[in-house]
Ligand binder design. Structure first.
Ligand code: 0RA
Length: 650
């Protein structure tokens, strides 16, 4: 082949490649979920996952992630380096194939156990397609190789640029600003994921460095994540603000029926259950077969132990699966070759063959533990019995709520000002802090589709209360009744039955001050613990009332932050007439009249609603337990430092 022909051939191949990557650019959301903040961060996870795979194959122990000054990202590992030899079929360097062909990532190394991979498992070529610039550098065979790309298109053939005494891969990419709504990376979001990955894959050192900012001493912000004990430490980390019931965590690691299973669990004094289940390093929010396996193993083993111990007969209580999970914190992590993801958000594991191995692993680890720790075993059984008694009381309270619904007239709470529409898809309910603001909202609303329900003062802190107290609480009963939802479905006694849900937007509207933010957190905690499905379906929102009104004569405008306020003041000052500029700081919703509240906060044409999402479930649980739990000092510090929620992305 002549040089000329070679060039043409190369170009022809590239056209094919382009077709694949063009599809990614046309419909990016199909490949990475969305083009918002989430998708932007997903790019990093996708690249890091490749290095994690290399580490899981035993060839790499360090991964460095840098947020560069221009918001580009560098991911560097000390693995074998992506192969650079000519790929015979594709007639180009293997590196180029990996970087430019969709799903080509794992092709070259069939023997390694490849199970990592982002939720969408799309590979690094996707990241390449969505980057305005990307540079891959490989240290391998004593040499340094490099290739650069623009929106996935190679700018030159893979070239040798020097010699190397080490091996590894470095990928630096700049997300395409014409694709992503935002291109600014959030350090805390990346840190939470890197920490999680370090716990899930013990022995790997992951560093994160933010080169955009320096601290007072002129040093860049950064952290190193490393876990010697894996899930054992993960569980301790999740429970770091809770009071432990057991001294140690119960731990299992091994392979069952060819499926790697790792489990760690412990009990604390709280009433909440916190089980995080992972498949191939992905948090499966919706659970699935591995979680069923965990529950089965836990229930069977504890039930047998409790029965054999004679403690159950003495207390005359019937225990159920739920009772074993009060105050339980656990992490289950399995690796599955071909995971089937199902469910609303594709985070529910469907593979049937996974249940038995996990159940066996849990049974074995727990049976061993109980036998070796009779004192702790007794503490656990006592806790379970207490939970069973509380559950019976809670059921009675809950049945009262639901029976009342069926019996009395409309069955709706007296405080609810309902809307006229009965189509849930267009209906909204505002949960408003206080009766006075509730009154204003009732006057200001569009009654066709907006319902208002005032909540009195602080609602119950569900993090600290036992279950039956929660279902006896007036405000909480009102929320259930107004929404039209019930607890318990056919296959899960704790799941939320949303068949009769009356509104697809639940909007929490609180004062924009410290108290308001606390009440907002209380309500969110309640939704997170008892109506998580509402959040997962994207039905929960937070209203954003303005902080200031800037006035001059008859002209008035609103500002949501100090910068905006200052700009408005300048604008109005510059606008001719004699009268002076006045600024009003809204301390509460009550200071606005009905019209102002409608204009700024309730009118769908102008308002900004922040949708509540669960970004990082493990971290989220911790944030709520810290904000609302027993341990007051860290809560105060957290609220003072940061009135919003670290990982509940609103
Ligand atoms: C396939 C084969 C080999 C290495 C890799 C993939 C590899 C990929 C990535 C992605 C990021 N870091 C990586 N490190 C390695 C090597 C096969 C061999 O050397 O025999």
């Amino acid at each position: 082949m002549s040089e000329q022909e070679k060039k043409q051939d190369y170009a022809a191949d590239n056209i094919q490649v382009l077709e694949g990557l063009e599809a990614v650019r046309k419909r990016p959301a199909m490949y990475i979920g969305d083009v918002g903040v989430k998708g932007l961060h997903h790019l990093v996870y996708e690249v890091v996952d490749n290095s994690i795979d290399e580490a899981l194959a035993g060839h790499c122990d360090t991964i460095d992630v840098l947020i560069n000054e221009d918001n580009s990202i560098t991911v560097k590992d000390n693995g074998r380096g992506i192969p650079t030899a000519m790929h015979t079929k594709e007639k180009k360097s293997a590196l180029e194939v990996v970087m430019t062909v969709l799903h080509a990532g794992g092709k070259f190394d069939k023997d390694t156990y490849k199970v990592s991979g982002g939720l969408h498992g799309v590979g690094v070529s996707c990241v390449n397609a969505l980057s305005s610039d990307l540079r891959a550098t490989v240290h391998r065979d004593g040499k340094i190789f490099q290739q650069e790309y623009k929106i996935g298109v190679p700018q030159y053939e893979v070239k040798e640029i020097g010699t190397a005494s080490d091996t590894g891969t470095e990928v630096r990419f700049l997300p395409d600003a014409s694709i992503f709504e935002t291109t600014v990376y959030n350090y805390d979001t990346l840190a939470a994921r890197m920490r999680e990955l370090a716990f899930l894959n013990k022995g790997i050192t992951i560093t994160l460095t933010d080169l955009r900012n320096k601290d007072e001493e002129g040093k860049h912000i950064g952290q190193t994540f490393y876990s010697e004990e894996g899930l054992n430490e993960f569980v301790k980390y999740l429970d770091r603000n809770r009071e432990p019931l057991l001294e140690d965590t119960v731990y299992f690691e091994g392979e069952k029926d060819g499926i790697p299973v790792e489990v760690a669990m412990t009990y604390n004094t709280s009433y909440t259950e916190n089980i995080q289940a992972y498949v191939n390093n992905i948090n499966t929010h919706e659970g699935g077969t591995h979680l069923s396996g965990f529950r089965r193993g836990l229930t069977n083993t504890l039930k047998k132990y409790a029965t054999d111990s004679g403690m159950l007969a003495k207390e005359k209580v019937e225990i159920e699966g739920d009772d074993f999970r009060e105050g339980l914190t656990a992490v289950v992590s399995v690796k599955v070759q071909e995971p089937q993801f199902e469910g609303q958000t594709k985070t529910k594991l469907g593979n049937r063959e996974v249940t038995a191995p996990v159940s066996q692993a849990v049974s074995q680890m727990l049976a061993d533990y109980l036998e070796e720790h009779p004192n702790e075993a007794k503490i656990i059984v006592q806790k379970v019995i207490l939970a069973a008694k509380a559950r019976q009381a809670a059921r009675k309270a809950r049945e009262m709520v639901q029976r009342k619904n069926v019996m009395s007239g409309s069955g709706l709470p007296g405080k609810l000002a309902d809307c006229s529409s009965k189509d849930p898809a267009e209906c909204e309910i505002y949960l408003v802090e206080g009766d006075s603001a509730g009154g204003t909202a009732k006057q200001g609303r569009d009654r066709n589709f907006q319902a208002i329900m005032p909540l009195r003062g602080k609602i119950l802190n569900v993090e600290k209360a036992m279950q039956h107290k929660i279902f006896e609480n007036e405000e909480i009963k009102n929320i259930y009744t107004a929404l039209g939802v019930r607890v318990g479905t056919e296959d899960d006694s704790k799941a939320l039955n949303m068949e009769k849900l009356r509104y697809h937007k639940v909007i929490i509207m609180c004062d924009a001050d410290v108290d308001g933010s606390h009440i907002e957190t209380l309500i969110l905690t309640f939704f997170f613990r008892y109506m998580k499905e509402m959040i997962e379906n994207g039905y929960v929102y937070i209203a954003t009332p303005p902080l200031y009104q800037v006035k001059k004569g008859a002209k008035s405008q609103y500002a949501w932050d100090d910068d905006q306020r200052d700009r408005l003041i300048q604008e109005l000052k510059g606008s001719g007439s004699e009268s002076s500029v006045g600024v009003q700081r809204y301390k509460g919703l009550g200071e606005m009249n009905a019209e102002q509240l409608w204009d700024t906060t309730m009118n769908p044409e102008y308002r900004t609603l922040r949708q509540v999402t669960i970004e990082n479930a493990a971290e989220c649980d911790q944030v709520f337990s810290m904000l609302m739990g027993e341990d007051v000092p860290p809560r105060r510090e957290f609220i003072e430092r940061n009135a919003k929620y670290a990982n509940i992305d609103v």
